[in-house]
Design a protein around this ligand. Structure first.
Ligand code: S3P
Length: 181
């Protein structure tokens, strides 16, 4: 089932506002793993915040950074990696992530996403005249990419703790399958 993969980490993927950072923190505690945020890695590499990368260098440069940090991710062990909402849109990013991570996608409805992000201003892609419509369109466009994750967890009606527990359970099951193989 997991072929030549070496599942040593959990990567949380999914749209903005699905709870990747919050769930990531809880999951890292449960597994006693390190927590790493892909956006923070990029900000460190670029020496500027994400909003500034988008403004000054453009989205394409930001996407290159996302690809570039995969090299460090591939060296990680016992780590929960929380990724940005567009991280696994390029199929090759998903494939590289899968080499040493169980990829868990957090899913939420556009309404729930909007309710979680409406009061925040640090997401350049949602600075549009109709952010709710942007969420719908982007989510629809990315759905297929998110569905390539190993596991999909719907977060609308679940507590953070429950989502983290589910992810934890899937990771432990994947590890057991690998150990037996
Ligand atoms: C993005 C999501 C953001 C951040 C950047 C682009 C996206 O991360 O990486 O603004 O393309 O959906 P979060 O998903 O953590 O908000």
């Amino acid at each position: 089932m997991y072929g030549n993969r070496h599942i040593e980490n959990v990567a949380l993927v999914g749209f903005m506002g699905t709870g990747k950072s919050t769930v990531g923190r809880r999951l890292a505690q449960m597994l006693e793993f390190l927590l790493v945020d892909a956006d923070h890695m990029i900000e460190r590499a670029a020496g500027k915040p994400i909003t500034e990368i988008f403004e000054k260098d453009g989205e394409l440069r930001f996407r290159e950074y996302e690809f570039e940090i995969l090299e460090s991710i591939q060296k990680m062990k016992n780590t929960v990696i929380s990724t940005g909402g567009g991280f696994v849109v390029p199929p090759q990013n998903m494939e590289l992530l899968k080499q040493n991570c169980l990829v868990v996608c957090l899913w939420a409805s556009p309404e729930k996403i909007w309710s979680r992000v409406a009061h925040q201003s640090h997401r350049p892609l949602l600075r549009t005249s109709d952010p709710m419509e942007t969420i719908r369109e982007l989510l629809n466009k990315r759905k297929e990419s998110y569905c390539r994750a190993d596991v999909m967890i719907h977060t609308d009606f679940r507590l953070i703790k429950e989502v983290a527990q589910q992810a934890c359970h899937h990771f432990q099951a994947a590890r057991r399958i690998q150990e037996k193989a």
